[in-house]
Design a protein around this ligand. Sequence first.
Ligand code: AMP
Ligand code: MN
Ligand code: MN
Ligand code: MN
Length: 285
Amino acid sequence: MHDLNADLHCHSTVSDGTLSPEAVAERAKAQGVALWALTDHDELAGQHRAADAARRVGLDYLAGVEISVSFAGQTIHVVGLGIDLDDAALRQGLAETRGGRTRRARAIGDSLATVGIDGAFDGAEALAGNPDMLTRTHFARWMVATGVCRDTNEVFRHYLIRGKPGYVAQQWATLREAVSWIRGAGGLAVIAHPARYKYTPNEEWALFEEFTALGGRGVEVLTSSHSAADAAKYADTAREYGLLASRGSDFHSPSESRIDLGDLPPLPAGLTPVWSELQARIQRA
Ligand code: AMP
Ligand code: MN
Ligand code: MN
Ligand code: MN
């Protein structure tokens, strides 16, 4: 159970990945993944395709989503695992969360035009597999394709983060909403990649206090943006708050992702994996 090759965080063309849900399933299988969840941003449209593909290639599957949340002045992500895809409140909440994306993308395009980068909205839109899910990743890819920057990381550093010319603030779901939608749909809520947030120790304490008080159950200990020290730190956080530990590559693309599907190390000893509490929600291959 502890050593299972579970990959419970990754993306397809339904949000900002470059592979279809079917291609992600095939790649996960080839990479030795045994339990998989596709967790597209704010959107369930790939879930039936992913589950069907998982069955076809012989992967156990958990329905998943990664919800964008505004908390203490920053954007954070909450992964929901084992959710009921027909849950009306979850579906409605996600529709509202992604609803402002096109307007925001137009504002990002306008903002980039003020620093001499024209046509970014159309460029990003042409790269998006799902017209309702225009993300900063699509802008970053377009700016690499047009030679503005060498790689997407450089685009984010220079253009797409707070304080930079292409940054447009957005109000996402609240932490309370995201956790309640996931719980209401029978799923388990997990704080995604906590080391990426730029919180003070007090703000981070507030995040974990509030999250657990709301019924959030897990934290990603192993994910591609965590160093070994980050993993050790959030393993301690999991023990301190009695949270379940999750493991997910956050894979987006073969050419952009530093860690491929299934390639993370095993969870540190002494942690309880999220999948131990999700057995009844797994769709067996
Ligand atoms: P959005 O939801 O439109 O704000 O886009 C957020 C997405 O941008 C994340 O899900 C990541 O895939 C990507 N992203 C955020 N920061 C970076 C970064 N520094 N380098 C590359 N991709 C990033
Ligand atoms: Mn993403
Ligand atoms: Mn994320
Ligand atoms: Mn992600």
